[in-house]
Design a protein around this ligand. Structure first.
Ligand code: PRP
Length: 178
């Protein structure tokens, strides 16, 4: 049975929207003039963020998705990342922006970037809405980060707790009440 909990708002929908606008201005400066940009969302957590990003980004874009799953065999240091769903299209010679909801240990983003780089894109950048730098086990940082946070248990704006709460418009902190 699941422990009872409440969700305390941590980053409001308005604050997220303002940050998405700022980030899109920087992304626009980076990719301005290209007509070969593919924005790649990592499922499932990035689906809300990528939807807001591509609608705010005033550039011609294609959108594709990739699903990766990281798991351990009991030891934190032996993480493996499996690709559960690959991209539909080729990225060779293309400009690629990888969109992640949160970077925690860094295993997922690091693996995905390594994999996609091996396919020969012209340029590859990454963006994460949230970053927990104190949790990092692999030395990687997204090119753009929405918010750096402490090691909190967060949900909302695409991020789940036991597959629920992805549909919240804000980022909240889970607080157990038992
Ligand atoms: C979460 C999150 C990132 C990853 C970050 O995905 O969405 O993809 O973990 O963790 P890491 O930096 O330690 O690798 P999860 O496997 O929970 O899947 P989801 O996106 O479907 O919720």
């Amino acid at each position: 049975m699941q422990r009872p909990y409440v969700i305390d708002e941590m980053i409001s929908a308005k604050t997220i929207a303002a940050r998405v606008e700022e980030l899109c201005r920087e992304i626009h400066d980076e990719f301005n003039g290209t007509d070969k940009l593919i924005v790649v969302g990592l499922l499932r957590g990035s689906f809300v963020f990528i939807a807001d990003l591509v609608r705010e980004l005033d550039l011609p874009v294609e959108v594709d998705f990739l699903e990766a799953s990281s798991y351990g065999d009991g030891m934190e240091s032996s993480r493996e990342v499996r690709i559960l769903k690959d991209l539909r299209g080729a990225i060779e010679g293309r400009d690629v922006l990888v969109v992640e909801d949160i970077v925690d240990t860094g295993f997922t983003l690091s693996h995905v970037i390594g994999l996609l780089k091996s396919r020969g894109p012209a340029r590859m950048k990454s963006i994460a809405l949230l970053d927990k730098p104190t949790r990092r086990e692999v030395p990687i940082k997204a090119d753009w980060t929405g918010f750096e946070i402490l090691d909190e248990f967060v949900v909302g704006y695409g991020i789940d707790y036991a597959q629920r709460n992805r549909n919240l418009g804000f980022i909240g902190k889970v607080r157990f009440t038992d």
